[in-house]
Design a protein around this ligand. Sequence first.
Ligand code: PSU
Length: 306
Amino acid sequence: MTALPLRFAPEVYDALSSGAPVVALESTIISHGMPYPQNVQTARAVEAAVRAAGAVPATIAVLGGMIHIGLSDADLDRLGQAPEVMKLSRADLAVCLTSGRMGATTVAATMICANLAGIAVFATGGIGGVHRGAETSFDISADLTELARTAVTVVAAGAKAILDLPKTLEYLETQGVPVIAYGQDDFPAFWSRASGLAAPLRMNSAAEIASAHLMRARLGLAGGQLVANPIPEAAEIQLAEISPAIEQALDEAAAQGIAAKAVTPFLLQRIFELTEGRSLASNIDLVLNNARLGAAIAIEIARQRA
Ligand code: PSU
């Protein structure tokens, strides 16, 4: 199709060629965000949710020197169990491709790959953000600057509550990223529906979000949109309830000197253990919920483009 190092799954290639709706899905959530085998089961369930909603899923990862747009069942399983998968952001994507190593794409890298493949919508769990203590550590996820430069609409359950959410919103505002809460005024906090912080924008339908995506393209604005979709009520863990686990995990990370790319996977794993698996069950439900909304937005974009 192209000289780009892209390998399309046949189903994804056909959908993109005919203008049918496609939803990109990331792979760091599989390799670094959840334990095996729930990671692989979740990845398959998320793909099924996109299909059931009427769109084609395209899980993205780097394998054998190629960016795969849509993974086979066997590749998904390999990625879910491999011990030495690189966690790819904008900085490492090219090195991973030339080294031939296996790489899982974060929000930032998935946005880049989706955009190269011509996919407008991407669904995930929660974006990376400004870490607590960033005023001394400078730890700010490259997901935020990617949202400012790559034209993909990202559906997430807000930013993970392990982060400094007020600073994350400030940073997104500085970068000119539209942060759109879906169906409520509050910015959601991943495991919890409410963060206590107002989202800058609110939309109530996939059609409105699709229109805004297409309007940005007409205006020639660089960058994407962050759609902050609250976790379903039945799956949520209230902020007050999950906070002790978050605080303890953060203390342990600091005591053990966990830094850079290792921080988020460490915190997610510790919170999983401290909540006896509840955080993972919620995480799975919120990703499924985001996949469904992502499909609805992709369908609307395809309809409004036609
Ligand atoms: N959503 C989840 N679990 C995850 C992630 C998202 O439910 O593990 C991943 C995404 O790949 C995101 C990354 O880009 O966490 C953030 O990592 P960092 O904080 O190191 O930028």
